[in-house]
Design a protein around this ligand. Structure first.
Ligand code: GLC
Length: 444
């Protein structure tokens, strides 16, 4: 297949998933718009349909809560999705936008990146208008994270649910889940081993082999954690008195640091004065990322807010500081070394979401091993900015070939390249477009 055909195929995935001007992650399993998905989608769209790209980003700003939080899901209002929005009932929060049903938690802050990628494709005059239109939303969102989630006043953001990481069942969070005290009903299901029966009731199992998803017990526990958050009406102060989860997530904070840098660039471009306390907080985050560095293991990890211990289960999240731009060259070298290590991340179809020597590694199970295109994209960007141009273009080439040979799937087996998860997944298509077109640009 030629790259031209691949590009055409990618655009057609995005148009198939376009529901009245909003692009959903995939038909069937994901009928609602999802925050970081929409940002990645906007990056791809920025190359050929700027208005549509802007609409994906602004859709989330229109649903931004009054305190500044940007929710990770905006629900489709069709009657048949009533149950999905009822699970969250965002209207019980005083902060949610009236008439816009959403979730009550957030997701990795990719908005600033999407805004800038769109900006790059606009004329200077249009860019100014675009940046002016969105800057307050970004400022409010970043300020919300500091106000409500910087629990240790060290600039590092704490997440309260695995869904906020975007890497739902990644080992550090799974380990933390396993340490939780289980509700009686879930224990009962476990003892009686009726989770296998429950497998058949799962909606995702209609679309994807359950072996490629979180286990039923894990999924039930995540819903239970959501129930507890909802019971507190999404009031962060109340949730955080006895949180089920409270983790300073390394992936999230790495992405946040990059988002802060981009927000400063946006503000600079339009001579907008960012609030002084926001600037000092940004500085703190950058400086304190090193609190998540383990000198013994020579790696970054997430940290439990409760125990203050690093969660030393290996996962691709530990490589994401490369995207932050805030780490030293020596730390970047160590990350790159891990990426190239055949016993860790260097598989035939890189990069596995968990290193292959880990006892958690499962090549087809969601965030427990498969290769994901958005993570490759983030790391390609990090490699480039740290000057590993050759490696960046190799990983880009491998990523494009993987999609070319296996399809626009949600994720892929890192050992044999086989497709997993849902078909025609939007961010896979959108980021393939971006990789393909950046490659052409570099040749010019
Ligand atoms: C899965 C992924 C999450 C993504 C969502 C929609 O839950 O783990 O990162 O945003 O699907 O595609």
């Amino acid at each position: 297949m030629h790259n031209k055909e691949l590009l055409k195929g990618a655009k057609s995935v995005l148009s198939t998933n376009n529901v009245g001007g909003l692009i959903i992650p995939a038909q069937g399993l994901y009928p609602h718009t999802v925050l970081w998905d929409s940002c990645f989608i906007a990056v791809g769209l920025s190359h050929y349909d700027l208005k549509l790209a802007q609409a994906q980003v602004e859709h989330f700003f229109s649903a931004q809560w009054q305190d500044g939080m940007v929710p990770n899901i905006i629900f489709n209002k069709l009657f048949r999705y009533f149950w999905d929005r009822w699970i969250w009932r965002s209207w019980i929060s005083v902060n949610s936008q009236p008439g816009i049903p959403t979730s009550g938690i957030t997701q990795p802050p990719m908005l600033a990146e999407a805004v800038v990628r769109i900006g790059k494709q606009l004329t200077p005059a249009e860019r100014m208008l675009w940046y002016r239109r969105v800057i307050e939303h970004l400022v409010d969102y970043h300020s919300w994270l500091y106000e409500y989630r910087d629990l240790n006043h060290n600039g590092l953001i704490t997440l309260i649910h695995p869904w906020e990481t975007g890497l739902d069942n990644t080992p550090p969070w799974l380990a933390s889940l396993r340490h939780q005290h289980n509700p009686f009903l879930l224990n009962l299901i476990g003892w009686l081993k009726i989770d296998k029966v429950a497998d058949h009731l799962r909606i995702d199992a209609h679309y994807v082999d359950p072996k490629q998803r979180s286990t039923t017990l894990e999924a039930l526990r995540l819903y239970d954690a959501l129930r507890l958050i909802r019971r507190k009406r999404y009031d962060n102060a109340k949730i955080l008195i006895h949180p089920t989860f409270a983790i300073e997530d390394i992936a999230y904070n790495s992405i946040f640091i990059r988002a802060n840098t981009l927000l400063c660039e946006i503000a600079d471009d339009i001579d907008y004065q960012l609030p002084q306390n926001l600037l000092s907080n940004m500085h703190l985050t950058r400086q304190n990322l090193n609190q998540l560095w383990d000198d013994e293991r020579k790696s970054f990890f997430s940290r439990s807010h409760k125990t203050k211990n690093l969660l030393k289960e290996d996962s691709i999240a530990s490589l994401l500081p490369l995207y932050s731009g805030a780490i030293s060259k020596a730390q970047a070298d160590l990350i790159v070394k891990a990426m190239q290590d055949k016993t860790l991340y260097q598989t035939k179809f890189p990069l596995p979401s968990v290193p292959i020597n880990s006892s958690w590694f499962k090549p087809m199970r969601y965030w427990q091993g498969p290769t994901w295109i958005n993570i490759n994209w983030l790391l390609i960007d990090g490699l480039e900015r740290y000057g590993y141009k050759q490696l960046a273009s190799e990983l880009s080439e491998q990523t494009i070939n993987l999609v070319k040979n296996s399809g626009f799937n949600e994720y892929f087996n890192p050992i044999d390249g086989s497709a997993a998860g849902v078909h025609d997944f939007s961010w896979t298509a959108a980021l393939t477009i971006d990789l393909l077109l950046n490659k052409t640009d570099q040749k010019k």
